[in-house]
Every structure is written in C-alpha cells, then in structure tokens.
Ligand binder design. Sequence first.
Ligand SMILES: [Zn+2]
Length: 319
Amino acid sequence: MSNGTYKRTKMSYEGQMLEQLKMPTRQQVEEALLRALLIHGGVIKEFSAGQEIVDEMANEFELNDQQRSAFLETVYRKENRVKKSLLWHRLLFRAADSLAKDKLVSRPTQTFQLTKKNEWMLTEKGYDEALKISNIPNSKKESLPTKSYEVQKIVKKLVEASRPEHYDPFDKRKKRNKTIKESALRTRGFRQAIIEAYNYKCAICGLKINSPDFLSWEIEAAHIVPHRYLGRDDIWNGLALCRLHHWAFDVGWFTMRNDYSINVSSKVRLLQPDYGKIYDHEVLNALSQNRKRLILPADRQLFPHQNALEWHRKNVFHQ
Ligand SMILES: [Zn+2]
C-alpha cells in the first residue's frame, strides 16, 4: 500500500501498538520460534506467563521492560468486561499460529492427542525449515534428539503396541513396499522410541552423555536381529547401547540370557593382555562379574523379546 495515511487509519489497535513499541516483526518471531523449537527438542509449551520460552525469546530479541509488559485491552461485549493480554504473548501466539497454518508446527490441541501435552511441535516440514535457517545439514536429522509430529506418531504406535506372545523378530516385507522417505521416518521412530524407553542410557554400562551443544546423544538404538537380516524396527527387537557396547554386541562379544543377565564370550580369555582395557578397567571381563543384568526400561512391556535374544544367542554370540 503506497498511501501511508490510509494504512495508518486502517491499522488495527494491536498493529499500532506493535509499531509504536518497535516490536519484532511476525516474520522474525516465526524464524526465532523455529530455531527455538530445534534447541528444545522439537517442542515448546503454550505461551503463558511464567513459561520459560516466553522470557527466553524476549531475551533473544533484547526486549525492554516496556515491550515485555505492554498489554492490550479487549472489551468483551457479552460480559461487559475488559480483558488484558500481553502484547508479547499475542505476538508469539500469532507467529506460532501462522507456522501452524503453513504446516510447519502442530497445534497444542493436535499435539495433545499424541503426547498428552499441550505443546507446539515441529512437523517434518518445519524440521527441515528449522535446520535450514539454523545452518545445520539435513543429514543430522538421524542423530538429533528433536521430535517431529510424524516421527512421534510412529513412536506412539511402537510403545503402545501390545506385546505379542508369539513374536517373530523378522519383518519379511521390510524391503518391499516402502519408499525411502517412509523407511527413513521409520528408522527415526525406532531410534526415538528405543532411546526414550531406555532413558538415553546404555543398557549395559549406563553411560548417558550428549554433545556440549546438547544437540546430539551418544546413545544408539541397536537392533537385536540386525537390519540386514530383516530384523524388525520395533521395541522388542531393540536395545539402547553406547557405541562401544553396540559394536561388541553386534560382533558377538556378549549376549543376554532369558533373565536378561549378560553372558560374555569365553573367547575373552584368548585376548592379548593389553586388549579390551580402558586404563585398568577390563571392558568385557567386568560384564561377566556378579551376573550383571541389563539396565531395562521401566515398563516390562518394552523389554527385549526372548525370541529376538534367542536368535542373537544362536547366530551372533560366540560362546
Ligand atoms: Zn555401554
């Protein structure tokens, strides 16, 4: 619009306040929200007083006291009363609402149906956009602890499925019927479900650590029946393991008995004296002491299935 006077007279009460107080633009807030979502694991709570994210974002924009505390007064005709709402909250809400309209985030009501939490959550589309504006390569998606609506749907399905008595750890249809995008989502769903179930800890040694920027976890989601043998991408065929123990499990240095105690290969005796040590700690021998058990999820339904473990004992483990 070229006519400034016309624009001013047409501008809403809210618009005028935003301009007077030199508040950030909605576009700027939208981008900042996407970056914040990435840092907060893909979810942020609804905006209300006392929510950390509200102050965090205000700090990012270096808002002054006046900008933080300005409120709008709206008259509720029906009830004949004046409702006050913080201008900053409104701006955050409108930016999030606009992201939801563009399908970059799910709305709190929508997310609630999935996680029972009222949060804004990144969608896959929003995730890609957030990575782009944060200059993080898309390949990082695999290792970031960031939730997306689509992946969360898979996680929910995996953790809520009822534990089968007769479990077949092989998915014979795995290679067919799936597009690359579908299987990438499925892989991330599997990973997310496993590492959450095991609380980001190695099931063998309990190691829990993330990167200094908090963006990536060391923990890996291991298949018991490996992917290359068409092992299923589900909770009962998975374990959360640190990299060292993931490798040692995959090459058959140890396995688990039916009571989830750890069984170490007898071949450990044949190792060179200086092998398998971190300083004085003997990495494999330590596991065979005191019939050590796996560190398992809180929910028994999520424990690895005996059929998968049995396969590992017979086909991977070196007695
Ligand atoms: Zn470990």
